[in-house]
Ligand binder design. Structure first.
Ligand SMILES: Cc1cc2nc3c(=O)[nH]c(=O)nc-3n(C[C@H](O)[C@H](O)[C@H](O)COP(=O)(O)OP(=O)(O)OC[C@H]3O[C@@H](n4cnc5c(N)ncnc54)[C@H](O)[C@@H]3O)c2cc1C
Length: 252
């Protein structure tokens, strides 16, 4: 859960590249587990590594490498691809902020203990008011409900998260005030690589399950793999995946 978290904060001290390999390998067997680990590592955990204060890193990273999951909360019903259209606000109240709004489709939110939340602290500045906060699940006013009934990756929770005047101290700001839009762009770029790793692992897992079946199942008096169309699809896949393969490798 902390593949690229430095060892001094309880992580494995490995690289972002290796985190992608972990995500790919998990997806070969269970894309839900891969989604859980992928989002956790590449979005909320990465944000705390990259933008957290020393105090925030010491407070959250050891937990997030051991017994707690994290969620990344940016999307809303009217803010999907156009993430900066978000309507969640963070109203200043002295040294505190009051966060109000509803986030949608939040991965890991069914179990997460820590939420990295994007809210606009100054809507007059439009997207330049977007600020990122770290919020604990135990915060008064934070509720998680309506788990989406998804077609796939069903063991990965995807829920709505409501913030009803959730009071957080200004020390909960992650990075700089008003820089949330910049952090979101950078993190989502990394998140897309993780989704790619997940999809490659899933495709490989399907392929690995399919080949033995095609070699064993017989119809019309021959193995399925011996039908020309099936052989050619498999051959194309191998050519794209492993440029070192030869025709005889595929035949065998
Ligand atoms: C399983 C799952 C997990 C998720 N987890 C999280 C999470 O952990 N945290 C979080 O914050 N969000 C999460 N999301 C939300 C996700 O980020 C959004 O679904 C995504 O940003 C797309 O938004 P949308 O679904 O509203 O689609 P829309 O933005 O409404 O897009 C609908 C379609 O229109 C296309 N489209 C949109 N804009 C353009 C354009 N300018 N040009 C051409 N085509 C366009 C899109 O490509 C898409 O095909 C999750 C979603 C899913 C399905």
């Amino acid at each position: 859960m902390g593949v690229h978290v430095p060892e001094e904060y309880g992580g494995s001290g490995s690289s972002f590249f290796n985190a992608m390999i972990v995500i790919e390998e998990l997806a070969k067997t269970d894309p839900s587990v891969s989604a859980m680990v992928g989002i956790h590592n590449t979005l909320p955990v990465s944000m705390i590594i990259d933008y957290g204060t020393e105090e925030q890193k010491l407070k959250y990273l050891p937990r997030l490498c051991s017994d707690s999951l994290a969620s990344f909360c940016i999307s809303e019903s009217g803010a999907g691809s156009d993430a900066f259209a978000l309507k969640t606000i963070a109203k200043r109240d002295g040294d505190h902020f009051l966060i109000s709004g509803t986030k949608m489709w939040i991965t890991n939110s069914g179990e997460a203990q820590v939420f990295v939340v994007f809210a606009n602290a100054d809507p007059s500045q439009k997207y330049k008011g977007i600020t990122c906060f770290i919020v604990e699940r135990s915060a008064d006013g934070l509720t998680v409900d309506k788990e989406e009934d998804k077609l796939g990756i069903r063991a990965s929770s995807t829920c709505q998260v409501h913030f009803d005047n959730v009071r957080v101290h200004k020390s909960a700001i992650l990075g700089e005030y008003g820089k949330g839009y910049k952090y979101a762009i950078e993190c989502l770029n990394a998140g897309r690589i993780a989704i790619g790793a997940q999809m490659i692992g899933l495709a490989q897992g399907c392929f690995d399950q399919t080949i033995p079946y095609l070699q064993q199942r017989e119809q019309f008096g021959q193995r399925l793999i011996d039908f020309q169309v099936i052989f050619e699809i498999g051959f194309e896949f191998l050519i794209h995946k492993c440029s070192g393969f030869t025709t005889s490798d595929c035949t065998s």
